[in-house]
Ligand binder design. Structure first.
Ligand SMILES: C[S@@+](CC[C@H](N)C(=O)[O-])C[C@H]1O[C@@H](n2cnc3c(N)ncnc32)[C@H](O)[C@@H]1O
Length: 230
């Protein structure tokens, strides 16, 4: 996450191909996402988890679900998480896209889609696919970079070996997520924002940017929504 400046803009495929090798490192956005999604996700023991846009698969690996299936378009991200899945037969990562999930109908109890939909122009197909993949009564938890942060000049960025890159994104209003979900048969049951605060202060400190922490304090950076499949 950074403010608008002179940065190289990459499309998501090129961006995550370059970010894959260092993606495991937590960021301000990923730490806020993790706290928010953990709070909104029902207990996963004994449940089948689908992780749409799973990246390296880092979240599903630690989820404690009976089984977890990730879907991810970046082969570099899939490869970057491969060794962590060795000896874990309950974990599967499939190559695919959110708008056309390579999974059976009604095969999952819980679906995550974390920090992904802002990289996709249209929300209807990803929500329809999550609804198709869930059992009736199942839960979808969707998180993303907060559109208010985007409106205040913050962008999806990462630091590569020779500078900071921005990854192309579409700041969908939260209301558009809810409308697309409802059209797909997913009813909103809960939601929350996560803002810059003490939980991420150490990352500003480690980067030697504590003055930015003071400036960003209270800035909503991530939102998450919990839906029930009806
Ligand atoms: C910010 S990363 C989040 C990864 C993972 N959900 C996590 O929280 O660690 C965004 C991911 O979305 C993936 N992505 C981009 N476009 C996608 C699409 N159309 N369908 C599914 N995933 C996509 C990217 O390749 C990347 O791995």
């Amino acid at each position: 996450m950074a403010e608008v400046s002179e940065m190289t803009m990459l499309n998501p495929a090129d961006g995550y191909a370059r970010w894959a090798a260092t993606y495991q490192r937590e960021t301000i956005v990923s730490l806020l996402d993790d706290a928010l999604v953990s709070a909104l996700t029902p207990p996963l023991a004994g449940r089948r988890l689908l992780d749409v846009g799973c990246g390296t698969g880092r979240r599903m690996i630690a989820a404690g679900a009976a089984s977890a299936t990730g879907v991810e378009p970046s082969r570099e991200m899939i490869a970057a998480g491969a060794t962590a899945r060795i000896g874990r037969p309950e974990l599967t990562v499939l190559h695919g896209h959110a708008a056309d999930l390579p999974v059976a109908d009604h095969a999952f109890d819980v679906a995550w889609c974390r920090l992904v939909l802002g990289h996709i122009g249209a929300l209807a197909a990803p929500y329809a696919e999550m609804a198709r993949a869930l059992v009736v009564g199942g839960t979808a938890v969707v998180s993303d970079f907060h559109p208010d942060a985007h409106a205040r000049g913050h962008r999806r960025t990462f630091r590569g070996p020779v500078g900071v890159y921005e990854i192309e994104s579409h700041p969908h209003p939260i209301a558009d997520h809810i409308l697309a979900a409802e059209a797909a048969g997913l009813v909103l049951v809960d939601g929350a924002d996560a803002a810059v605060g003490p939980a991420v202060r150490h990352l500003y400190d480690e980067a030697g940017r504590i003055e930015l922490y003071e400036a960003h304090l209270g800035l909503p950076l991530v939102f998450a929504l919990r839906f029930e499949r009806v």
